[in-house]
Design a protein around this ligand. Sequence first.
Ligand code: BDR
Ligand code: CA
Length: 313
Amino acid sequence: MSDRRAIIIDTDPGQDDALAILLALASEEFEVIGITTVAGNVPLPLTEKNARKICELAGKPETRVFAGASRPLVRDLVTAEYVHGKSGLDGPDLPEPAMPLQAQHGVDFIVETLRERASGEVALCTLGPLTNIALALVKAPDIAPKIREIVMMGGGFFEGGNTTPAAEFNIYVDPHAAATVFKSGVPITMIPLDCTHKALTTHERIDAMRAQGTKVTTAAAELIDFFERFDEDKYGTDGGPLHDPCVIAWLLKPDLFSGRDCNVEIETGSELTMGMTVVDWWGVTGRAKNAHVLRDVDANGFFGLLTERIARL
Ligand code: BDR
Ligand code: CA
């Protein structure tokens, strides 16, 4: 067993997913065992291709990328081209990837890896809808106690939702998968909009990234330039929230974040509030605490870490 922390990244790239993948691949603390992709921001054929583009941008074409679920468990797929562009990765002109897609299904890769590795060795970093993780837990319930933790970007409570008034995109797209994951007993750190809306891509922060002048930091700044324009208009802020890299940053530097243990339940019954993450922040229900919910981030520290790390690639 190596000293590095073994992670699987489950993702639907997406510009902010791309930044998260770059941060992970740049950080020697991690062994990125594989990247599994899911339908979300754009359909699966694009998310798996985008993941490979990003591995090549990082100079890590040996990274294994697997395609997982092409649709949510129960509901129809909802995508977000209006945020991420037609390709899901609009912005820089990234070449078509030459590295292969792995033949194995992403869900089978997750199951096989967890069975092979020691208990508590592998963490799952989820950056998209939770379909692959729920399918793995249903197919192979024996893996649940082996998962070290799930660190997810998803949900929103005090901030409300970004896709409906009640629901954040990743949970809204597959609420039934999210409900399965939150009931699994696996330790969960949830990074909701309440936290990521404080990680704003201000001009000063992105200019500092661009000023590094490397191929990767230039492409990263271009990805952010495209991605933030929608949220700047929506929220009227300088820059938009950079959601998914918070997952990797939390694993690298938890001191940048603060939160508390809570009960979290997922709404799957009401069409009006479908996919809402009901967080018992004040402990009023007595329901068992099933997640560590982050609410704050030191945004300058976060962007400093991100920039310093991806400039190494
Ligand atoms: C989440 O939805 C996606 O659009 C982003 O990639 C992020 O994972 C934010 O709600
Ligand atoms: Ca995402």
